[in-house]
Ligand binder design. Sequence first.
Ligand code: FES
Length: 147
Amino acid sequence: MDRRTFLSWVGMGWIATSLPVALVACNSETPSASSSPANNSAAPRADGFVQVGTVAALETGAIVLEESSIGPVAVARNNGELVAVNPTCTHKGCTVAWQPSGEYVCPCHQAKFSPTGTVLGEGPSKVPLKVLEAKIEGDAVLVKASA
Ligand code: FES
């Protein structure tokens, strides 16, 4: 086998193994509930609420949407109570990420916030995250844009 044929086979093998991963990564149907920010373009209902996820997804951590029809949204439980906040960091605007320890941490300068959005620790942010109205209907987690 000459060099050109070998490189051709290596290239084809790389494409064949990478294509499924690329297709999954580009699929908008990929589940959006996790600590990683995601997007949701569902339109708000007449009452202003929009579904941002499911109760089942919430049980695995927080639902963090970097974009939705009502803007950025994060939902978690705090002592069993449903709490929604705008996950845009009040320091310089990065999107905070949910941590398994039960707090939001900003990836830019490590500001920490409680599930209710209050500032924790020594991070650079001194302003809490904005709280949004949230509720559960059936299996749907709903959030309403603030007035
Ligand atoms: S932008 Fe979040 S801590 Fe700076």
